[in-house]
Design a protein around this ligand. Structure first.
Ligand code: SAH
Length: 346
């Protein structure tokens, strides 16, 4: 079986190339074809010798994800269901926002964190993605859009808990940021976590400059324990300490996501707790209406949402109500639940 091209570090690729062809510029040539031009076949790399192209395509796979299904919602959100070489399924979502696009990528097949409001949790954790499988989702989005520059932002908010797949995540981020890879500015990349404290600490130590988002969803341990089991292991005090240690550049902020669920975490006192909790942290709060899942919950009405936002803002916090995208096709936050071919929207 061929190896996933995207699992190889640039050094490893360089070694493979020099086995076939000693010319030192071959690596840069291949990387340009793959990361800038989105080539999905070595035969297209017409400025390289035919023999080399044949040798490379015998050992390296440029299409490690098989697109099983693609759905587009009326708002232009595009959800793709991919099958990996062992049959496991993942989803990623391209979200259009005024003039540019954001890719929401997955880091695990399924998820083991068990948040009670999230569809992915109902699958359980199947397995971690490899760095190459993380990267391949971006490759597929670039090929689909026809141009790397059409993609502006990259968020790790798809299936899975990114910080429980650290090595693959860091390996992928290095290629995403590298000028010879996808050449993304770290400020255009956001890693979102349910609050896995050792992961936040490690990501901080790696000091890549990427944005950190925390799925907060409650301002007290009792409520948070109830909807996010991770909180029993790392309660709010511990979590906030770790967040305060995350290195930020001037003007960079930590994003806090807050999914409003009717009757669960949408009271005035919940908003006041958030104000207290985030005091002194350069923060931005994204208030999100709960999107329908198989759980028996609902979103509060707009009046409650706006009141929540106003309490945060009048205390001086930056708070936005995030417009939900892709809800019609089950592509919105918390709705990624790939199970089987044809199972999207199920
Ligand atoms: N494990 C990571 C990334 C995946 S979840 C994390 O927890 O951040 C991505 C975002 O979707 C989180 O902010 C989560 O709170 C939100 N989310 C999950 N279920 C949702 C739902 N039903 N409605 C709205 N947002 C949801």
């Amino acid at each position: 079986m061929k190896d996933n091209f995207f699992d190889k570090t640039f050094e490893e690729l360089s070694g493979i190339l020099s086995d076939f062809d000693p010319k030192p510029f071959r690596l840069d040539q291949v990387l340009r074809w793959v990361y800038v031009k989105g080539a999905d076949d070595f035969s297209r790399m017409t400025n390289m010798p035919k023999e080399l192209r044949g040798q490379l395509s015998d050992v390296l796979d440029l299409t490690p994800l098989r697109l099983l299904e693609e759905v587009e919602s009326p708002d232009g959100t595009l959800k793709s269901l991919f099958q990996m070489t062992d049959g496991e399924l993942i989803e990623s979502v391209i979200i259009p926002e005024d003039g540019h696009k954001t890719l929401c990528a997955s880091t695990q097949a399924g998820c083991g964190m068990g948040c009670s409001f999230c569809e992915t949790a109902t699958i359980g954790l199947k397995r971690n993605l490899s760095r190459g499988e993380i990267l391949a989702q971006i490759v597929c989005a670039v090929r689909r859009l026809g141009n790397r520059l059409a993609l502006r932002n990259l968020v790790f908010m798809g299936m899975g808990e990114p910080l429980l797949n650290m090595d693959a995540l860091i390996g992928a981020l290095e290629v995403i940021i590298d000028a010879r890879g996808f050449d993304f500015s770290p400020r255009r990349i956001t890693v979102s976590t349910c609050g896995w404290v050792p992961g936040i600490d490690r990501l901080g130590r790696e000091n890549l400059g990427v944005n950190l988002a925390i799925s907060l969803n409650a301002g007290d341990d009792e409520t948070r324990n109830r909807i996010m089991p991770v909180n029993r292991k790392y309660p709010l005090k511990r979590l906030m300490k770790s967040i305060r240690g995350y290195p930020l550049h001037p003007r960079q902020r930590i994003t806090f996501e807050y999914v409003l669920i009717d009757g669960v975490n949408d009271r005035i006192e919940d908003a006041r707790r958030i104000v207290k909790l985030l005091r002194g942290i350069p923060a931005k709060v994204n208030v999100i209406a709960y999107n329908r899942t198989s759980a028996a919950w609902s979103r509060p009405d707009d009046r409650v949402m706006n009141r929540f936002q106003e309490i945060l803002m009048s205390a001086g916090l930056l708070a936005t109500v995030r417009k939900s995208r892709g809800g019609e096709i089950g592509a919105a936050c918390g709705q990624l639940g790939a199970r089987a071919a044809g199972g999207m929207n199920a």
